[in-house]
Design a protein around this ligand. Structure first.
Ligand code: 2RA
Length: 353
């Protein structure tokens, strides 16, 4: 029998996508799969690859005999329980922010730095934040050939990055505003939401999200940066192995349910033509190139949601910046941005166990 895989957080939003991914695989290397969740969800039955599994309550002994334990749970749960899984003999693959910047924990995107999975003194491997992840397959391919030097990005992040509450809020706002003539005067949208009993003070977003864009994701950090913007900077540096990479990010929430997009302005040590970039993207199995400006073909989140690859388009050589490409990427933040990359790390481990 193959190695034993555990999924902690099996009943959560990312855990559910994870089960969908495992069920969709042609084959899996696992001898057995265990589903683990909070005591509240224990006992629930979920079918995985034709077998009905019972969700077990999180406890130290559930990790006995587990080879790889994937964690799709809040930071505080991972911080407490990933080391428990390791103490019981598992390798933990963690999708929270708890360990991402720990120098003793590799931060892995398999198509960029798969070999890092062996450097895990704590027995823990971290999965990056979905915003950073959405551009890594494309950037990693370019960096291998042309040496990335500077990165300026603006994100267009979907509501589901903020969890189910954020998705529910977006739908509620859309329903409340549907068919109304709003957006002519400043404050119209807020007033309409107030009138519908949806004041912004009750929202997970700091401004209306429907019929709007909100330049804010995460929490406030030093000098006006948000946690999300600093994650893009720090995690890009760590994954690509460029500690002094110059990065500037502006993270923006948009009224999209799922799939993050980024406008990327990337400067390399050498000139990259659009043709060369197209060839590299086309050769990268986890990237789909959709770039035909004459036909107005480019990726959009609505066309990419539910897909595994990163979609890339609008590739242009910057007119005023040497050795610089501008392009647009879309990636499903719940799949490659979370569950899929975590699972790909687990698969990578399985080939090396
Ligand atoms: C967001 N990147 O989109 C975060 C989720 N981890 O809010």
């Amino acid at each position: 029998a193959g190695p034993v895989l555990a999924l902690v957080g099996a009943t959560g939003a990312v855990g559910t996508v994870m089960i969908d991914i495992i069920n969709g695989r042609e084959s899996v290397p696992w001898g057995a799969i265990r589903l683990i969740a909070s005591p509240r969800s224990a006992g629930k039955k979920i079918t995985v690859r034709g077998e009905e599994l019972t969700v077990q309550a999180l406890a130290p002994e559930v990790f006995d005999g587990v080879d790889v334990a994937m964690f799709d749970v809040p930071d505080s749960v991972s911080a407490e329980w990933a080391p428990v899984a390791v103490a019981r003999g598992a390798i933990a693959v963690d999708n929270s922010a708890a360990f991402r910047m720990d120098p003793e924990v590799p931060l892995v995107v398999p198509e960029v730095n798969a070999d890092e999975v062996v450097n895990r003194p704590k027995g823990i491997i971290a999965n990056p934040n979905c915003t950073t992840l959405s551009m890594m397959a494309a950037l990693g391919a370019l960096h291998r050939e042309y040496e990335l030097r500077e990165l300026v990005v603006a994100s267009y992040q979907a509501a589901s990055g903020g969890g189910q509450e954020a998705v529910d809020r977006l739908y509620a706002e859309i329903s409340a505003l549907a068919g109304k003539d709003v957006g002519v005067r400043a404050g119209d949208v807020r007033e309409a939401l107030d009138a519908a009993g949806l004041p912004v003070s009750d929202s997970p977003f700091p401004a209306p999200l429907a019929l709007n864009v909100v330049p804010w994701a995460g929490s406030l950090k030093d000098e006006g940066w948000t946690s999300e913007e600093l994650k893009v900077r720090n995690e890009s540096r760590k994954i690509l192995g460029i500690p002094d990479l110059k990065v500037s990010a502006t993270c923006v929430r948009v009224p999209v349910v799922t799939t993050h997009s980024l406008a990327v302005h990337a400067t390399f040590a050498r000139e990259v033509t659009v043709d060369e970039a197209h060839k590299l993207f086309a050769a990268q199995p986890t990237v789909v190139l959709v770039d035909d400006p004459a036909e107005k073909r480019f990726p959009t989140p609505a066309d990419v949601v539910g897909e595994d690859p990163t979609y890339v388009g609008r590739v242009r050589q910057a007119l005023d910046f040497p050795n610089t490409l501008d392009f647009f990427v879309c990636g499903d933040n719940l799949r490659k941005g979370a569950a899929l990359n975590t699972y790909e790390i687990a698969e990578e481990l399985a080939t090396r166990l």
